[in-house]
Design a protein around this ligand. Structure first.
Ligand SMILES: [Ca+2]
Ligand SMILES: [Ca+2]
Ligand SMILES: [Ca+2]
Ligand SMILES: [Ca+2]
Length: 332
């Protein structure tokens, strides 16, 4: 049984000497911020045996390793990393498209703010019909980061991602990295390495510009009942919150000019509104409003500058505890 990375262009084997490993370790010690996530084990995918639990639909059970001999990239960190997607070749020449995952249960510290990880994406050819090849990161089965594996999105290098995980702070949850693929001839590869949970104090990306005595939110982003209490979220990441009260405020930032779409779905109270402003609470400019009597409410505004934005979700119907609504900000 062999693992084949058909379609990955070959990389020269990295000649990591003991000295270079030592240097990398030294840099790590200097640069790494405090990482309180004592319960996250083997975030670098280096340990043998590893505490990560792997699943796959193929006959190749192990996808944590050094995949340079199969054409994979040199590790972002250390010697090993997790390969999601790809394909497994079994004798004589049967190709099994791989949908797999690596998971572990962790307890997030109360001040957990960011999940940081690195990925490297490569796909040789596009799927001929509707591409279903996706990599993902999940917390308790909720997708907090997803990646459509497309040729145009090949990274050519390791890319760092930071995802806001404040709504999950303090929880014991399953963290899962993986990929699901369709069964057509073309498949994608996304490699993951160097996973870290960063505390609030080490991360300024999600700190709002203006905030009045709000030191924390619960797992549903509450309290977020005024603009000053707005819960910070990030564009292009799916979120779920509860309509268990009347007012939910959110703020986000864009780093480049472009079109912005606010998509509220699965809004169980049905009766409600979303409102979008540009700016900060003290000087906000109204951009759009949607009060459709529907579980889906969308606002799209085009050609907006990079900057600060405010969202208000108003529940005009019955309060609802069990059914979360979904909120995502698309920017392009
Ligand atoms: Ca590693
Ligand atoms: Ca495919
Ligand atoms: Ca709420
Ligand atoms: Ca609220």
């Amino acid at each position: 049984m062999t693992v084949s990375l058909v379609g990955i262009r070959p990389f020269p084997l990295s000649l990591l000497s003991f000295l270079s490993l030592f240097t990398m370790g030294l840099l790590f010690l200097i640069q790494a911020p405090p990482v309180p996530a004592v319960s996250l084990l083997d975030g670098n995918f280096e340990e043998i045996p590893t505490p990560w639990t792997e699943t796959t639909n193929t006959d190749c059970p192990i996808w944590i390793g050094n995949w340079q001999p199969a054409g994979g990239p040199s590790p972002q960190d250390g010697d090993r990393y997790f390969w999601s997607g790809g394909a497994c070749i079994t004798p004589p020449d049967v190709r099994q498209i791989n949908s797999n995952s690596a998971a572990q249960t962790i307890t997030l510290p109360g001040d957990a703010a960011t999940l940081s990880f690195w990925y490297y994406a490569y796909k040789k050819e596009e799927s001929m019909t509707g591409n279903q090849d996706r990599a993902y990161v999940q917390l308790d089965s909720q997708t907090i980061w997803s990646f459509d594996m497309e040729v145009a999105r090949n990274t050519e290098e390791w890319v760092q991602v930071e995802v806001n995980i404040r709504p999950y702070a303090g929880r014991t949850i399953q963290l899962k990295f993986g990929a699901t693929q369709d069964d057509d001839d073309d498949f994608g590869n996304v490699f993951f390495d160097n996973v870290q949970v960063l505390s609030r104090s080490t991360n300024i990306l999600y700190l709002p510009l203006i905030r009045h005595d709000v030191t924390g939110w619960d797992s549903d982003g509450e309290p977020n009942n005024t603009c000053q209490e707005a819960f910070p979220i990030s564009p292009n990441q799916p979120y779920q919150f509860l309509a268990q009260d009347v007012d939910d405020w959110y703020i986000f930032q864009t780093s480049t000019p472009g079109d912005i779409t606010i998509e509220l779905t699965d809004f169980a109270p049905v009766a409600g509104q979303i409102v979008l402003w540009a700016g900060v609470c003290q000087s906000a400019s109204f951009l759009g409003h949607n009060g459709d009597f529907s579980t889906t409410k969308i606002i799209q505004v085009n050609n907006q500058p990079a900057g600060d934005y405010i969202i208000r979700v108003i529940n005009d119907g019955a309060t609802n505890n069990p059914d979360p609504y979904s909120l995502i900000i698309h920017t392009r």
